[in-house]
Design a protein around this ligand. Structure first.
Ligand SMILES: [Zn+2]
Length: 388
């Protein structure tokens, strides 16, 4: 890869700056010669009123904003690294956001002339890089963009850039997509940081028993994302058909791809499921409400999924009877911890109201709340063991 260093002014780089409000990305600079967001770049994420403002404040104070890299493509240039900073400057100069200066809110056009000049004449150090596509993407994978490192999906997007990723991002990484609100109620994260796309790719590739890398390598050169969209929709449609309620907050971020693969060929009574969800969500013994959905999908057998906290009254009564009968026969306390101690309580028989139920194997270790795993302890010993 060949590199050579160039000195640009801000004025020159943001000349003819175009920002696409809908897709939230900077498009062109250098009077049209510079592509600010080539397809392997990530979305613009500096428009948070902090990072974008910090870029402008740095320029006003005369601080450098770091090295920038352009990729030379024929007669044109693409931003390889520096897209967030260039887009911030371009948006400010074209009046897209304000900063505070000496306590006053200022857009570019309302700044004093000398401050405007200071920004426009700021020098940007730019390396021009020229090399094979593979060299460029390999290199791109190894750098960290100042401030916010690339996340794994952003690296995948760069590595497998091409028509497939372009189409997939237009569908799954576009916060304007009409479906985004619905998707975000089942999938955690930020579409702009590629979290929805990452999940869609994870689901379809694991359904085919291959890695996301392998899936992207297969599809990289094709603009047709039908199979990705179809699989993603089938998972979401299935969730909607089984859980007809409007999504609970606990449903966000569940492993829906895996749940679909494991359970979608079962049939469910949606009305009964809905009623069960209500009952379980209202049950204080269910300490892990996120487990409710798989518990129901799996046929209400695996109580570990719910991390049930409490024993019911029948179980406690039965455990008390068993222990007390045996303790009386042995002449020892019916609290097994008192019985092995050396205090006056060694032979004391407690009333049930003086005892509490304890999990022999803690529920956090998968211990069930059943008779087999229940022992009654005197209140003092139960408290000493803590709420496990
Ligand atoms: Zn005791």
């Amino acid at each position: 890869m060949d590199t050579d260093l160039h000195h640009y002014t801000v004025e020159k780089v943001v000349k003819g700056f175009v920002y696409n409000e809908l897709e939230e990305k900077g498009l062109f600079g250098l009077a049209g010669r510079l592509v600010i967001q080539p397809e392997y770049q990530r979305n613009y994420i500096y428009n948070d009123g902090k990072k974008d403002v910090a870029v402008i404040e740095s320029l006003l104070k005369g601080y450098p904003i770091g090295l920038i890299y352009f990729n030379v493509v024929g007669d044109n240039l693409e931003v390889l690294d520096g897209q967030q900073r260039i887009t911030s400057v371009g948006r400010f100069v074209t009046g897209k956001f304000a900063i505070r200066l000496d306590g006053n809110e200022q857009v570019f056009s309302s700044l004093p002339a000398e401050a405007q000049m200071k920004i426009l004449k700021s020098e940007l150090l730019v390396w021009h890089c020229q090399g094979a596509e593979k060299e460029i993407t390999d290199w791109f994978q190894t750098i960290n963009i100042a401030g916010i490192p690339l996340n794994p999906q952003e690296i995948l997007n760069a590595t497998y850039s091409g028509p497939f990723i372009t189409e997939a991002k237009a569908e799954f990484s576009n916060s304007q997509n009409a479906n985004m609100q619905k998707w975000s109620s089942y999938i955690k994260g930020d579409p702009k940081r590629q979290d929805i796309l990452a999940e869609a790719l994870k689901w379809v590739s694991s359904s085919q028993g291959i890695s996301v890398d392998a899936y992207l390598a297969q599809h990289r050169k094709h603009a047709d994302i039908t199979s990705l969209k179809a699989y993603f929709s089938s998972v979401l449609d299935w969730i909607d058909s089984v859980f007809t309620r409007s999504p609970d907050k606990e449903m966000r971020g569940l492993e829906w791809g895996r749940l679909y693969e494991e359970y979608h060929s079962n049939s469910y009574d949606a009305a009964a499921i809905d009623a069960d969800v209500d009952v379980l969500r209202a049950d204080p013994a269910v300490s892990k409400p996120r487990g409710i959905y798989e518990y129901l999908l799996a046929g209400k057998e695996d109580k570990k999924l719910l991390a049930i906290l409490l024993f019911d009254e029948t179980t406690k009564r039965a455990a008390y009877e068993q222990q007390t009968q045996k303790a009386k026969a042995d002449g020892m306390s019916n609290c097994p911890l008192c019985a092995i101690g050396d205090t006056a309580n060694k032979t004391r028989i407690y009333k049930q109201s003086e005892m509490d139920a304890d999990h022999v194997t803690a529920w956090s270790q998968g211990g069930n709340s059943d008779l087999e795993n229940c022992q009654m302890l005197c209140i003092t010993h139960n408290r000493a063991k803590g709420n496990r």
